[in-house]
Write a protein of this length. Structure first.
Lengths: 114, 112
């Protein structure tokens, strides 16, 4: 069964550094998402992406964040200058034809900012 | 804005006990409803979903959930839990805006 994959599984970085989290959505899916889960808190929506542009973003997704689909398979989340409070598990998800459909999640990247 | 409440944060059951996890949402319009499960060390997996039709939906591994529109609820049930059901369970709602809204999760611990 096709799966969403994410790399790396763990990332440790220094405050102020840039990080890029990578995702490969399911190949025939058109909608892509990033969520994050700070330890002990809810899974929170960050951004959705369709047709090579952001379709929605939350208040969390400020100017420090950006997303990109650099080629036909990868979907990346960049944090330009990481802060301590960016430490979280970041999940990528994709859905097939519309955002009303089931979203399939990747295994997550655990980001630790020191 | 929509929100999702899961009232049970941590549930401990013995094997063969019955399970019911509560989920309530606040949104007056059309919703799609989901339960996701996260086994230890694994990613979020879809357990079951409700889009329309029969309000009693069946998912994988013997789980089911009932959508009660008048109560804005989508409770998850399983008649007899197994040790392998130990996991965290998340209720989520899609309203057409802001992607999925998740509840805070319920950690289920099944004791053998």
């Amino acid at each position: 069964e096709p799966e969403v994959t994410q790399t790396p599984s763990h990332q440790v970085t220094q405050m102020g550094q840039e990080v890029i989290l990578r995702c490969v959505p399911i190949s025939n899916h058109l909608y892509f998402y990033w969520y994050r889960q700070i330890l002990g808190q809810k899974v929170e929506f960050l951004v959705s992406f369709y047709n090579n542009e952001i379709s929605e973003k939350s208040e969390i997704f400020d100017d420090q964040f950006s997303v990109e689909r650099p080629d036909g398979s990868n979907f990346t989340l960049k944090i330009r200058s990481t802060k301590l409070e960016d430490s979280a598990m970041y999940f990528c998800a994709s859905s097939e034809q519309s955002s009303w459909e089931t979203q399939y999640f990747g295994p997550g990247t655990r980001l630790l900012v020191l | 804005a929509q929100s999702v409440s899961q009232h049970n944060h941590h549930v401990i059951l013995s094997e063969a006990a019955s399970l019911e996890l509560g989920c309530n949402y606040s949104y007056g319009g059309t919703v799609n409803l989901f339960w996701y499960v996260q086994y230890p060390g694994q990613h979020l997996q879809l357990l079951l979903k409700y889009f329309s039709g029969d309000p009693l939906v069946k998912g994988i591994k013997g789980f089911e959930a009932e959508f009660i529109k008048s109560k804005f609820s989508f409770n998850l049930r399983k008649p007899s839990v197994q040790w392998s059901d130990t996991a965290e369970y998340f209720c989520a709602v899609y309203t057409g805006r802001r992607a999925l809204t998740f509840g805070s999760g319920t950690r289920l611990q099944v004791q053998p």
